[in-house]
Design a protein around this ligand. Structure first.
Ligand SMILES: Cc1cc2nc3c(=O)[nH]c(=O)nc-3n(C[C@H](O)[C@H](O)[C@H](O)COP(=O)(O)O)c2cc1C
Length: 217
Protein backbone atom coordinates (compact mmCIF):
# COMPACT_ATOMS: atom_id res chain seq x y z
CA UNK A 1 0.00 0.00 0.00
CA UNK A 2 1.40 3.43 -0.91
CA UNK A 3 1.93 6.08 1.76
CA UNK A 4 -0.74 8.26 0.10
CA UNK A 5 -3.31 5.45 0.20
CA UNK A 6 -2.44 4.73 3.81
CA UNK A 7 -2.86 8.39 4.75
CA UNK A 8 -6.16 8.57 2.86
CA UNK A 9 -7.42 5.51 4.71
CA UNK A 10 -6.46 7.13 8.00
CA UNK A 11 -8.31 10.30 7.08
CA UNK A 12 -11.41 8.32 6.08
CA UNK A 13 -11.29 6.26 9.25
CA UNK A 14 -11.05 9.40 11.36
CA UNK A 15 -13.96 10.91 9.46
CA UNK A 16 -16.05 7.77 9.89
CA UNK A 17 -15.29 7.64 13.60
CA UNK A 18 -16.40 11.26 13.80
CA UNK A 19 -19.57 10.41 11.86
CA UNK A 20 -20.38 7.55 14.15
CA UNK A 21 -19.72 9.61 17.26
CA UNK A 22 -21.85 12.40 15.83
CA UNK A 23 -24.72 10.14 14.90
CA UNK A 24 -24.52 8.29 18.18
CA UNK A 25 -24.74 11.55 20.06
CA UNK A 26 -27.89 12.35 18.13
CA UNK A 27 -30.93 10.21 17.92
CA UNK A 28 -33.21 10.13 14.95
CA UNK A 29 -35.60 11.65 14.17
CA UNK A 30 -34.60 14.42 16.55
CA UNK A 31 -31.37 15.40 14.80
CA UNK A 32 -30.47 19.00 15.65
CA UNK A 33 -29.77 21.30 12.75
CA UNK A 34 -26.30 22.65 12.12
CA UNK A 35 -25.44 26.35 12.30
CA UNK A 36 -25.52 26.39 8.50
CA UNK A 37 -29.18 25.36 8.40
CA UNK A 38 -30.86 27.56 5.84
CA UNK A 39 -34.18 25.91 5.09
CA UNK A 40 -36.21 24.60 8.01
CA UNK A 41 -36.47 20.81 8.03
CA UNK A 42 -39.01 18.57 9.67
CA UNK A 43 -38.23 15.45 11.63
CA UNK A 44 -39.18 13.02 8.88
CA UNK A 45 -36.89 10.39 7.39
CA UNK A 46 -36.77 9.92 3.63
CA UNK A 47 -35.17 6.86 2.05
CA UNK A 48 -34.46 7.87 -1.55
CA UNK A 49 -32.83 5.41 -3.92
CA UNK A 50 -31.88 5.03 -7.55
CA UNK A 51 -31.82 1.51 -8.99
CA UNK A 52 -31.32 0.40 -12.56
CA UNK A 53 -34.42 -1.77 -12.40
CA UNK A 54 -36.51 1.41 -12.07
CA UNK A 55 -35.02 2.95 -15.20
CA UNK A 56 -35.00 0.21 -17.83
CA UNK A 57 -37.53 0.15 -20.71
CA UNK A 58 -40.98 -0.93 -19.64
CA UNK A 59 -41.32 -4.69 -19.44
CA UNK A 60 -37.61 -5.34 -19.33
CA UNK A 61 -35.84 -6.76 -16.33
CA UNK A 62 -32.53 -5.25 -15.34
CA UNK A 63 -29.88 -7.84 -15.98
CA UNK A 64 -27.02 -6.29 -14.11
CA UNK A 65 -24.90 -8.97 -12.51
CA UNK A 66 -26.87 -10.88 -9.93
CA UNK A 67 -29.57 -8.22 -9.77
CA UNK A 68 -32.76 -9.77 -8.37
CA UNK A 69 -36.24 -8.99 -9.73
CA UNK A 70 -36.32 -5.78 -7.74
CA UNK A 71 -33.06 -3.90 -7.87
CA UNK A 72 -30.46 -4.56 -5.20
CA UNK A 73 -30.54 -0.95 -4.12
CA UNK A 74 -34.30 -0.99 -3.86
CA UNK A 75 -34.08 -4.10 -1.67
CA UNK A 76 -31.59 -2.31 0.58
CA UNK A 77 -33.75 0.84 0.64
CA UNK A 78 -36.81 -1.15 1.70
CA UNK A 79 -34.86 -2.67 4.54
CA UNK A 80 -33.67 0.75 5.72
CA UNK A 81 -37.17 2.20 5.47
CA UNK A 82 -38.58 -0.70 7.46
CA UNK A 83 -35.95 -0.20 10.16
CA UNK A 84 -36.24 3.57 10.42
CA UNK A 85 -39.91 4.11 9.63
CA UNK A 86 -38.76 6.26 6.72
CA UNK A 87 -40.68 7.08 3.57
CA UNK A 88 -39.46 5.25 0.44
CA UNK A 89 -38.80 7.31 -2.66
CA UNK A 90 -37.61 5.94 -6.03
CA UNK A 91 -35.40 8.32 -7.99
CA UNK A 92 -36.43 7.68 -11.58
CA UNK A 93 -34.95 9.15 -14.74
CA UNK A 94 -36.86 10.38 -17.76
CA UNK A 95 -34.52 8.41 -19.97
CA UNK A 96 -34.28 4.65 -19.77
CA UNK A 97 -31.02 2.72 -19.54
CA UNK A 98 -30.33 -0.43 -21.55
CA UNK A 99 -30.82 -3.63 -19.63
CA UNK A 100 -27.63 -5.10 -21.12
CA UNK A 101 -24.73 -4.47 -18.80
CA UNK A 102 -22.13 -3.54 -21.44
CA UNK A 103 -24.47 -1.07 -23.17
CA UNK A 104 -25.52 0.49 -19.89
CA UNK A 105 -21.92 0.68 -18.82
CA UNK A 106 -21.00 2.61 -21.95
CA UNK A 107 -23.77 5.15 -21.38
CA UNK A 108 -22.93 5.50 -17.70
CA UNK A 109 -19.31 6.18 -18.54
CA UNK A 110 -20.25 8.76 -21.15
CA UNK A 111 -22.56 10.51 -18.66
CA UNK A 112 -19.70 10.72 -16.21
CA UNK A 113 -17.33 12.10 -18.84
CA UNK A 114 -19.94 14.73 -19.78
CA UNK A 115 -20.71 15.54 -16.15
CA UNK A 116 -24.32 14.98 -17.26
CA UNK A 117 -27.41 15.57 -15.15
CA UNK A 118 -30.02 13.12 -16.46
CA UNK A 119 -33.50 14.63 -16.06
CA UNK A 120 -35.62 13.07 -13.34
CA UNK A 121 -39.13 11.72 -13.77
CA UNK A 122 -39.94 11.56 -10.06
CA UNK A 123 -39.90 14.38 -7.54
CA UNK A 124 -40.18 14.51 -3.75
CA UNK A 125 -43.20 16.33 -2.39
CA UNK A 126 -42.52 18.30 0.77
CA UNK A 127 -38.77 17.80 1.04
CA UNK A 128 -38.90 20.37 3.85
CA UNK A 129 -40.60 17.76 6.03
CA UNK A 130 -37.51 15.56 6.05
CA UNK A 131 -34.55 16.26 8.31
CA UNK A 132 -32.76 13.04 7.43
CA UNK A 133 -32.39 11.77 3.89
CA UNK A 134 -30.89 8.38 3.10
CA UNK A 135 -29.59 8.38 -0.47
CA UNK A 136 -28.99 5.00 -2.08
CA UNK A 137 -27.59 3.97 -5.46
CA UNK A 138 -25.72 1.22 -7.26
CA UNK A 139 -22.05 1.96 -7.84
CA UNK A 140 -21.49 2.75 -11.49
CA UNK A 141 -17.88 3.11 -12.51
CA UNK A 142 -16.70 3.35 -8.90
CA UNK A 143 -19.02 6.25 -8.10
CA UNK A 144 -22.69 7.28 -7.89
CA UNK A 145 -24.75 7.34 -11.12
CA UNK A 146 -25.12 10.89 -12.44
CA UNK A 147 -28.88 10.81 -11.77
CA UNK A 148 -28.02 10.90 -8.07
CA UNK A 149 -26.26 14.20 -8.67
CA UNK A 150 -29.37 15.55 -10.41
CA UNK A 151 -31.36 14.53 -7.35
CA UNK A 152 -28.94 16.16 -4.91
CA UNK A 153 -28.95 19.38 -6.88
CA UNK A 154 -32.72 19.54 -7.18
CA UNK A 155 -33.39 20.23 -3.49
CA UNK A 156 -31.97 22.34 -0.70
CA UNK A 157 -30.25 19.91 1.64
CA UNK A 158 -28.70 22.53 3.88
CA UNK A 159 -29.15 21.69 7.53
CA UNK A 160 -30.28 18.15 6.71
CA UNK A 161 -28.48 14.93 7.54
CA UNK A 162 -27.65 12.95 4.40
CA UNK A 163 -26.89 9.25 4.80
CA UNK A 164 -25.43 7.57 1.70
CA UNK A 165 -25.66 3.84 1.02
CA UNK A 166 -24.70 1.86 -2.05
CA UNK A 167 -24.84 -1.62 -3.48
CA UNK A 168 -22.01 -2.90 -5.66
CA UNK A 169 -20.10 -5.93 -6.81
CA UNK A 170 -17.15 -4.88 -4.72
CA UNK A 171 -16.38 -1.18 -5.16
CA UNK A 172 -16.73 0.83 -1.97
CA UNK A 173 -18.94 3.79 -1.15
CA UNK A 174 -15.95 6.07 -0.33
CA UNK A 175 -15.56 8.05 -3.52
CA UNK A 176 -19.29 8.67 -3.87
CA UNK A 177 -19.47 9.93 -0.28
CA UNK A 178 -16.73 12.44 -1.08
CA UNK A 179 -18.74 13.55 -4.13
CA UNK A 180 -21.91 13.88 -2.07
CA UNK A 181 -20.08 15.98 0.52
CA UNK A 182 -19.03 18.34 -2.27
CA UNK A 183 -22.60 18.55 -3.59
CA UNK A 184 -24.09 19.10 -0.12
CA UNK A 185 -21.59 21.38 1.62
CA UNK A 186 -24.10 22.61 4.19
CA UNK A 187 -25.40 19.19 5.19
CA UNK A 188 -24.11 16.66 7.65
CA UNK A 189 -23.13 13.79 5.38
CA UNK A 190 -22.62 10.62 7.41
CA UNK A 191 -20.25 7.89 6.26
CA UNK A 192 -22.06 5.52 3.99
CA UNK A 193 -22.24 1.80 3.77
CA UNK A 194 -21.37 -0.58 0.94
CA UNK A 195 -23.74 -3.52 0.58
CA UNK A 196 -22.59 -6.34 -1.64
CA UNK A 197 -24.84 -7.31 -4.54
CA UNK A 198 -25.91 -10.92 -4.29
CA UNK A 199 -26.08 -11.04 -0.51
CA UNK A 200 -28.93 -13.32 0.46
CA UNK A 201 -30.60 -10.32 2.01
CA UNK A 202 -29.53 -7.03 3.47
CA UNK A 203 -31.18 -7.44 6.85
CA UNK A 204 -28.05 -8.16 8.84
CA UNK A 205 -25.62 -5.63 7.29
CA UNK A 206 -28.26 -2.89 7.34
CA UNK A 207 -29.08 -3.56 10.97
CA UNK A 208 -25.40 -3.59 11.93
CA UNK A 209 -24.73 -0.33 10.08
CA UNK A 210 -27.75 1.51 11.52
CA UNK A 211 -26.71 0.38 14.99
CA UNK A 212 -23.14 1.56 14.41
CA UNK A 213 -24.50 4.96 13.43
CA UNK A 214 -26.65 5.00 16.53
CA UNK A 215 -29.75 5.37 14.37
CA UNK A 216 -31.39 2.26 15.83
CA UNK A 217 -30.77 0.46 19.11
C1 LIG B 1 -23.34 0.71 -15.60
C2 LIG B 1 -22.88 -0.12 -14.43
C3 LIG B 1 -21.63 0.11 -13.87
C4 LIG B 1 -21.21 -0.62 -12.76
N1 LIG B 1 -20.00 -0.33 -12.19
C5 LIG B 1 -19.60 -1.02 -11.10
C6 LIG B 1 -18.34 -0.72 -10.49
O1 LIG B 1 -17.59 0.15 -10.90
N2 LIG B 1 -18.00 -1.44 -9.37
C7 LIG B 1 -18.80 -2.41 -8.85
O2 LIG B 1 -18.43 -3.02 -7.85
N3 LIG B 1 -20.01 -2.70 -9.41
C8 LIG B 1 -20.42 -2.03 -10.51
N4 LIG B 1 -21.64 -2.31 -11.09
C9 LIG B 1 -22.53 -3.30 -10.45
C10 LIG B 1 -23.63 -2.63 -9.64
O3 LIG B 1 -23.11 -1.65 -8.77
C11 LIG B 1 -24.38 -3.65 -8.79
O4 LIG B 1 -24.80 -4.73 -9.56
C12 LIG B 1 -25.56 -2.98 -8.07
O5 LIG B 1 -25.87 -3.72 -6.90
C13 LIG B 1 -26.79 -2.91 -8.94
O6 LIG B 1 -27.83 -2.29 -8.20
P1 LIG B 1 -29.31 -2.12 -8.76
O7 LIG B 1 -29.82 -3.52 -8.96
O8 LIG B 1 -30.05 -1.43 -7.67
O9 LIG B 1 -29.23 -1.33 -10.01
C14 LIG B 1 -22.06 -1.62 -12.21
C15 LIG B 1 -23.32 -1.87 -12.80
C16 LIG B 1 -23.72 -1.13 -13.88
C17 LIG B 1 -25.08 -1.39 -14.49
Amino acid sequence: MTKEKFRALGRNAARCAACIALAAALSLPMLPRTEAAAAPSGDGVLVAYFSLSGSVPEGADAVTHATPSIGSTEAAAREIAARTGGTLFAIRTERTYPERHDECSEIAEQEMRDDARPALASHVEGMENYGTVFVGYPIWWYAEPMAVRTFLEEYDFSGKTVVPFCTSLGAGVGRSVENIRELCPDSTVLCGVTLRTGSADFREPVEEWLKELGIIQ
